[in-house]
Write a protein that binds this ligand. Structure first.
Ligand SMILES: Cc1cc2nc3c(=O)[nH]c(=O)nc-3n(C[C@H](O)[C@H](O)[C@H](O)COP(=O)(O)OP(=O)(O)OC[C@H]3O[C@@H](n4cnc5c(N)ncnc54)[C@H](O)[C@@H]3O)c2cc1C
Length: 384
């Protein structure tokens, strides 16, 4: 039980996401007097927020989990190759409970300000609940995607339906069936939401400013036998992740792009397109990132895959990025995203052609027309 009258600690950790959980585990093991402060109502950070439909890893689940305890690695069964938000949050709670870490955590404790007190050689933190806490060391585990960016449309507070940024998706289930839904944004989050809800809502209108390159996640279940195999290879898996850029399981194809024939390049890309996760991005030829011609050839390959998947070629062309090549920005992974646009109930609005003017009481107004919605989803990402 946290003693809220205690005002000095050796270490204060700000944030109870994956990083903060690991920090407090290490500090507790060392016997250091420490506490974790988090603005949210419970632990999990990214996975406590972001409860939108389709929210899931694009890291292989078993590479994302903590590696510090063999016992934990042997106990936890990842059920899907790319596990979803509810399961990820269950995992983080399981870890906190297994190692009895909750007793070090304080929630609904936003740190509003901190300054170093030179005279007394300590940090002074102002907490939103009015307390001032002091400590010798502060560990910032505040996350890289923990400040959402809502759009700044005129009239957003007038809308009489429901609207939310994906980061603040409600904890109680949101009824989507029979609803007219707008999704604004086609980044990593929008792409996950759209693929997930397209066949569950009455009408889905996607407002796109600029398309992103995206490729199939190729998710699937992990059977008991597969999980046993993964457990037996954890050391090898983590060793691979420790030497790859970004810590993923995928290593680049070390053949030179121009050393192999166009047919061999195409054969590799055909395989990678069907391989789970970031393989298409990170198991590719290294020249994809360094040579504009190589990147253009591969981008054209992916564009053609999109053209094959989307029936209306005018829509397909709108979904193909023109302002950057594949993989030079973070690649959102998708599940049935492009097929969603083949459905009669899904519509794409290019807001470079018809910009959004304002949010109205009943929906959205673009320069072309008014749209009525029951739900507006702001999939507009984060501030870094
Ligand atoms: C939808 C989504 C999917 C993702 N998928 C992947 C993936 O597949 N693979 C991958 O590697 N990464 C992924 N990420 C990135 C993800 O953010 C990291 O993997 C990881 O969860 C970050 O953990 P963290 O502990 O550093 O930060 P967070 O999980 O963001 O936690 C930070 C915590 O700090 C708290 N905090 C911040 N400021 C304050 C303050 N002033 N006072 C008190 N508390 C504060 C927040 O409330 C939050 O709980 C994804 C991110 C998102 C949004």
């Amino acid at each position: 039980m946290i003693d809220k009258t205690k005002s000095h600690y050796e270490v204060l950790v700000i944030g109870a996401g994956v990083a903060g959980i690991y920090q407090i585990k290490l500090l507790a093991d060392l016997g250091v007097d420490a506490t974790v402060l988090d603005a949210a109502g419970d632990l999990g950070g990214t996975w406590y927020r972001n409860r939108y439909p389709g929210a899931r890893f694009d890291s292989e689940s078993y590479t994302y989990g903590f590696s510090f305890s063999k016992e934990l690695l042997n106990e936890w069964h990842w059920k899907e190759r790319f596990s979803s938000q509810p399961e990820n949050l269950r995992y983080l709670n399981y870890v906190a409970d297994k190692f009895d870490l909750r007793k070090y955590m304080q929630f609904n404790c936003k740190v509003d300000a901190m300054r170093f007190d030179e005279a007394n050689d300590l940090w002074r933190l102002k907490i939103a609940d009015g307390r001032e806490l002091t400590c010798r060391f502060v560990v910032m585990a505040v996350g890289l995607l923990s400040i959402p960016t809502p759009p700044r449309f005129k009239g957003m507070d007038q809308f009489k339906g429901r609207s939310f940024h994906t980061f603040y998706w409600p904890q109680a289930p949101v009824e989507m069936a029979g609803k007219k839904v707008a999704v604004i944004g086609t980044g990593a989050t929008g792409i996950q939401v759209i693929g997930e809800i397209a066949d569950k809502v009455a009408e889905l209108t996607v407002f796109q400013r600029r398309p992103n390159w995206s490729a199939p996640l190729n998710n699937g279940p992990i059977s008991d036998a597969e999980m046993a195999d993964i457990r037996s290879r954890y050391d090898e898996i983590f060793a691979t992740c420790s030497r790859t850029p970004g810590g993923f399981e995928h290593e680049p194809d070390r053949r030179g792009f121009y050393e192999v024939s166009p047919e061999e390049r195409q054969a590799l890309w055909d395989r990678l397109y069907d391989t789970p996760g970031f393989a298409i991005w990170l198991r590719n030829f290294r020249e994809i990132f360094t040579d504009e011609k190589a990147n253009a050839e591969f981008s054209e390959y992916v564009a053609n895959r999109i053209r094959r998947r989307v029936k209306d070629q005018a829509v397909a062309e709108k979904l193909i990025p023109r302002d950057h090549g594949f993989g030079v920005q973070r690649v959102p992974m998708e599940t049935h995203y492009f097929e969603a646009f083949n459905r009669d109930n899904v519509h794409l609005v290019d807001i470079t052609e018809t910009p959004i003017v304002e949010v109205t009481e009943t929906g959205l107004r673009t320069t072309e027309r008014d749209y009525d919605f029951d739900i507006i989803v702001y999939a507009t990402g984060f501030t870094r």
